[in-house]
Design a protein around this ligand. Structure first.
Ligand code: SF4
Length: 486
């Protein structure tokens, strides 16, 4: 149901969307804590990963209770709702849709019956063998099972249904069996009445980390969510690992051999800057990317400005390396968030100005280096360049802290279709002309990889180089299960 919160939507122009992340997951096992509130704040820290729907499920030893709805975490939950979610174990989810439409019945955690009780599951990633898994569900349990029965068309509902389809198995045993048959990207947190579970695909495409509370344990998509609830980082959940946390402590088992292929785009854009990946903050990595960008694409200019906020650390690095002063030339409306309010045609024409506004006295008469994280369709950069020229900028040199995005992602990031990706159709010079800049430079792929300090073979770079580490789905598209279930 549409509802307003007085905020502006990020999707003022449906043709002008940046890359979309595919969800944040959070789980906590802590008998002495208010687990629902911890999960709320954990999801709040992960809101950037998914803004379409949010949900929390709580286990209290006897039952599992779930509450989920469309909207931001702060829109879905209030004090009264959270006070009804009482237990010692909880899992939470903030959703952006990759498989299955943006509808209430596809919100997570997904609930399902198992031989031993109930499971509630949240998923970050995207599966590549959903059609095969749907057949497997149909053969093992019928297609009228769990949330599939109520129109849930997500790959998450398939995993949940499969977890309940092994008679005589514990949830841990079923999970090990099921995950060995699932392909694609999946960082999962799930719970039953008493235990918390976490698992990660053999490639570890999406992040998932384990943290320690004084009297409990936390799993989360990013370390920043551990910080926010006061948990200490312990380690990553390993690719191909299943972790179970209950009154006996933490135990781990492998369901597949690890073949690490972490998402390179997490470093560029997706993860929070205060998250740690591979032992250092994403912010530090982005600053280093900016330094390399300055070495590869130097230019005579008066001021380096970021496109806030994901371009900020790379702009800092560019300024440090080039010696050109860093400044703030664009102000972002901090209260732009996702809502269900559609802008009127007049507002739509204002476009990017509702999100970003130039500081005229800073940019007027200057030769600018404008640093952004990526170009997908190019609409944003085109509008930005025009806006900065109108504000008096003398020259505009656009620098991008990722290589050209030429290929779609099948592992949980919704960029655009291949034909919509500007770099798929045009050379860098043509893109420069298309967005109206005086010059354009992208960071080189190898330089980007070096900046992460992660060895190249351990990274997925498919959206940049077209080399897919996991076989892409036979039928791509987020509505694949709408088709097979129709
Ligand atoms: S294709 Fe790109 S966005 Fe998708 S997982 Fe690989 S590196 Fe990340």
């Amino acid at each position: 149901m549409a509802r307003g919160d007085g905020q502006l939507t990020q999707e003022l122009d449906p043709q002008d969307q940046g890359p979309k992340d595919a969800c944040g997951v959070f789980g906590v096992w802590a008998p002495d804590e208010d687990v629902a509130k911890l999960t709320y704040f954990g999801l709040y820290a992960l809101q950037h990963r998914g803004q379409e729907a949010a949900g929390i499920a709580v286990g209290n030893g006897d039952n599992v209770l779930v509450y989920k709805d469309m909207g931001l975490v702060s829109q879905v939950f209030d004090e009264t709702t959270l006070n009804t979610l009482v237990g010692h174990v909880a899992v939470g989810h903030a959703r952006y849709s990759t498989t299955g439409a943006n509808e209430w019945q596809n919100a997570q955690p997904t609930l399902g019956a198992t031989p031993a009780g109930t499971v509630a599951l949240g998923h970050n990633g995207n599966l590549t063998n959903s059609e095969e898994l749907f057949e497997l569900v149909r053969n093992r349990a019928g297609s009228d099972v769990g949330e599939l029965r109520y129109g849930n068309t997500t790959d998450t509902a398939l995993i949940t249904a499969l977890l309940g389809s092994y008679p005589g198995h514990t949830l841990e045993e079923s999970a090990a069996e099921v995950f060995a048959q699932v392909r694609g990207a999946f960082s999962l947190v799930f719970c039953d009445e008493s235990a918390l579970y976490a698992a990660r695909d053999p490639q570890g495409v999406r992040p998932l980390v384990l943290g320690r509370l004084e009297h409990g344990w936390v799993v989360a998509s990013e370390t920043a969510a551990l910080d926010i609830v006061g948990a200490a980082f312990v380690r990553e959940v390993e690719p191909g690992e299943l972790i179970v946390i209950d009154a006996q402590g933490v135990r781990s088992r492998r369901f597949a051999v690890a073949e690490r292929k972490g998402c390179l785009f997490e470093f560029v854009y997706l993860a929070r800057p205060d998250t740690q990946i591979s032992g250092r903050s994403v912010h530090q990595t982005r600053v280093e990317i900016g330094r390399r960008l300055a070495r590869e694409h130097p230019v005579d200019a008066d001021l380096v400005i970021p496109v806030p906020e994901s371009g900020t650390p790379a702009a800092v690095g560019y300024a440090e390396e080039s010696g050109i002063p860093y400044g703030v030339g664009l102000v972002k409306n901090s209260y732009v968030g996702r809502t269900f309010i559609q802008p009127s045609q007049t507002l739509r024409q204002l476009g990017i100005r509702l999100k970003l506004n130039p500081l005229r006295e800073i940019v007027n008469g200057k030769r600018l280096v404008v640093v952004d994280d990526s170009i997908v369709r190019g609409n944003t950069q085109r509008a930005l360049v025009q806006m900065l020229r109108e504000a008096g900028a003398k020259e505009i040199h656009v620098r991008i802290s990722s290589p050209p995005v030429k290929w779609p992602c099948f592992y949980g990031i919704d960029f655009a279709s291949r034909s919509e990706l500007l770099a798929n159709e045009m050379s860098t010079d043509q893109i420069c002309v298309s967005i109206g800049a005086d010059s354009l430079g992208y960071v080189d792929l190898d330089a980007l990889i070096e900046a992460t300090t992660v060895p190249k073979p351990a990274l997925c770079r498919a959206c940049f180089d077209g080399i897919y580490p996991i076989e892409p789905p036979r039928t791509p598209g987020k509505n694949v299960l709408d088709k097979v279930t129709a």
